[in-house]
Design a protein. Structure first.
Lengths: 316, 288
């Protein structure tokens, strides 16, 4: 269950020619330091996936262990035909796409703002990173209780400040549950996008930008013809890594809505199916579906990482 | 980091300077907007429960430490110390284990690279891209059958695996900056690998190792899903402790703010210390 792209093959940096081992002994001496980590990874991360795959073909409720039997693809067809489970697939896609795209656009704007000299730039950068450094469940609690609460939350408090006693006081979580979850995630993940894109902006060749300016290009032309093409790989990377992290999100859904009101995404559903419904087979099938989705994302992500990595290695 | 040459500046003139100032103000506003919920949480944590629950909110209410007293269990509630201690154990021990495994691996992928070293590097990366939740059930069943449920060491092992790819990637890039001549000199002196790693590589790559540790620490400290499923009363970690606040009971806003802040404090400290490395860890070494 490992993704290896052909693009991943990169030649060793010139400073470190791969030593030609005179015999097998030497090759193993070179490999030895790698083995503990490699074996540990395979045992702890790959074996459980194999087990999940096997379990996903069994009809197995943990409360009736004696009734366990081989069920073929029955769990998969059940996951894809049960409305709640199928909805969780859709919810995952909508939640991930919303959070990633909005944070990407906000992140790009913020990165462009930060990519210029102004008084207090370091302070602003620090302020922007702060949401990302809150423990995820603490951030989710902050949004749920401190901001969204209809009676004493800050959002409704601000509405009342502005609008007086007749101000609208929406119950944010029950009126727009998925957006409520998405907003908290956007708040936490925009800093991540900003940081990646800022790193991209700062790796731009300043001479190229200056040359374009000398030739009379205006800010917009520089942005469209130089900055954006240069940022492409960084944008791709932000989208893919953001997707990989947010597809897996559990904390926000678990805390803000407890999966209710149509906000249960796949990770939450997997958790609930086995932890509360004890349906091991079904949970595993849902888990395998998450893996398949992630594999598709991961294949592209690895390609982008390897192209950035190759540029990095050749620069060394 | 837009380089504005004197020639360009002359051309843009005062209009450009005004625009620059306006964009600076916009950046400040954005920064304040993002940090505002946290500042509000800090203020609320110092309010009494009654003042915390007013609408419209009160900016001038008197400050008190009651929320923090309640968090630390001084008013008869549950003490957070066992959970905090479990989190420290899980994060610190798993970070040390990760370094112990990752440092030799990174050496074999940069200083003395094995053949096809990039393939191995990408294998590590690919494991990080698969959702942890998919392995949750087998891990749970294994822990249950081996008596490791509600045992902090199960989390130590899992967090080590969770962070190992990040650590290998980060350390690989730091170690490849160690000059070859230094290691060759040590080898000529007859030093063996553990000695080279400990006496030569570690001191030279210390800033990188520190950054890697901070990132691993943050991720272990934050983790909720596995901790929620695998621990109960004895081994609960700080994030699991916070799940107690998910459903609201009476007035508890100041307490939830104080608790969230106290439990985030180590991450905030580590994150600000490793600000530049944070994104490197999250982008799995792709962005420096």
């Amino acid at each position: 269950m490992t993704v290896t792209t052909s693009a991943a093959r990169v030649t060793a940096p010139a400073a470190w020619p791969a030593p030609r081992p005179p015999n097998r002994m030497r090759a193993w001496v070179t490999r030895a330091p790698l083995l503990p980590a490699l074996i540990f990874m395979i045992v702890v991360t790959q074996l459980p996936f194999v087990a999940t795959l096997v379990i996903s073909f069994y009809d197995w409720n943990a409360l009736y262990p004696d009734d366990r039997r081989f069920a073929g693809f029955a769990n998969y067809s059940e996951v894809l035909s049960t409305p709640e489970l199928r909805r969780s697939v859709g919810t995952t896609v909508v939640l991930t796409a919303t959070v990633v795209l909005v944070s990407l656009v906000l992140g790009l704007v913020l990165a462009l703002l930060l990519d210029r000299r102004f008084r207090g730039r370091a302070a602003v950068r620090t302020m922007l990173i702060a949401p990302f450094l809150l423990v995820p469940i603490a951030a989710a609690l902050l949004w749920k209780h401190v901001l969204y609460n209809p009676e004493y939350g800050l959002l409704n408090g601000i509405l009342r400040w502005i609008g007086g006693d007749t101000a609208v006081q929406p119950d944010w979580i029950s009126e727009m549950p998925l957006m409520a979850v998405a907003a908290s995630l956007i708040w936490q993940w925009t800093p991540f996008m900003t940081l990646i894109l800022l790193a991209g902006l700062q790796s731009r060749d300043p001479e190229l930008v200056e040359a374009a300016r000398m030739d009379g290009a205006n800010e917009w032309q520089v942005f469209v013809h130089i900055t954006l093409p240069h940022l492409r790989r960084y944008l791709e990377l932000s989208v893919l890594l953001g997707s990989i992290y947010i597809v897996q999100n559990f904390d926000a859904v678990y805390t803000i809505t407890s999966g209710g009101l149509g906000t249960a995404n796949l990770p939450y559903t997997v958790y609930q199916t086995f932890y509360q419904a004890h349906e091991n087979g079904l949970a595993s099938a849902a888990g395998v579906i998450v893996v398949i989705g992630s594999l598709i994302l991961a294949t592209f992500a690895l390609r982008v990482v390897s192209s950035l990595f190759r540029a990095e290695v050749s620069r060394r | 980091m837009t380089t504005i040459t004197t020639a360009a500046r002359r051309r843009t003139g005062s209009r450009g300077r005004f625009r620059g100032a306006a964009l600076g103000v916009a950046a400040w506003l954005a920064g304040i907007l993002f940090v505002l919920p946290i500042l509000w949480m800090v203020l609320t944590s110092f309010h009494s429960e009654v003042d915390a629950a007013t609408n419209p909110p009160s900016l001038t209410a008197s400050l008190t430490l009651d929320g923090y007293r309640a968090f630390f269990g001084l008013d008869g509630g549950a003490s957070p110390w066992p959970a905090l201690l479990n989190s420290v154990t899980a994060s610190v021990v798993s970070t040390l284990l990760t370094l112990l495994l990752a440092l030799p691996a990174a050496y074999a992928l940069s200083v003395r690279p094995v053949r096809k070293w990039t393939d191995v590097l990408f294998f590590f990366l690919s494991t990080k891209m698969l959702p942890m939740v998919a392995g949750l059930l087998p891990v749970y069943l294994f822990a249950k059958n081996t008596g490791l449920l509600d045992n902090i060491w199960a989390l130590v092992v899992l967090y080590t695996a969770m962070n190992l790819p990040i650590a290998v990637w980060m350390l690989q890039s730091f170690l490849s900056e160690v000059p070859a001549a230094v290691i060759e000199a040590a080898q000529i002196d007859g030093a063996r690998l553990p000695t080279i790693l400990w006496r030569v590589v570690t001191p030279l790559a210390l800033p990188g190792i520190a950054a890697t540790s901070l990132i691993c620490f943050i991720f272990s400290w934050n983790e909720l899903l596995f901790a929620r499923v695998l621990t109960g009363v004895v081994a609960e970690t700080a994030p699991v402790f916070l799940t107690g606040f998910i459903t609201s009971q009476g007035l508890f806003l100041a307490k939830v703010c104080a608790a969230s802040l106290m439990i985030s404090l180590p991450v905030l400290a580590a994150g600000f210390a490793a600000q530049d490395k944070l994104v490197q860890g999250l982008s799995l070494g792709a962005v420096k």
